[in-house]
Ligand binder design. Structure first.
Ligand code: SF4
Length: 78
């Protein structure tokens, strides 16, 4: 599930990949969408905190590229 410094979080529909070694701690994600991204909590990403589309929109705003995502349905093809 994880490789060095990479963590994945899913809500069953979309999976977020977070690369801790790339994150610049710009705070964008948790200031804009604190219901999902909360560095005070463990795990710090709560995939139940917002709808899939809202999560994807926030991931796309990550300035460092530390956050990315894939749709689970795309990874389940044979
Ligand atoms: S927006 Fe990206 S760079 Fe900024 S804290 Fe979140 S994951 Fe890290």
């Amino acid at each position: 599930m994880t490789t060095s410094g990479h963590r994945e979080y899913t809500n069953g529909e979309v999976t977020i990949v977070w690369k801790s070694d790339v994150c610049k701690h710009s705070t964008n994600c948790w200031k804009s969408l604190p219901a999902v991204f909360n560095p005070q909590k463990r795990p710090w990403v709560d995939m139940q905190g917002a709808a899939t589309l809202a999560i994807i929109e926030q991931v796309e705003k990550c300035p460092s590229g530390a956050l990315s995502y894939y749709m689970n349905s795309e990874r389940q093809k044979p």
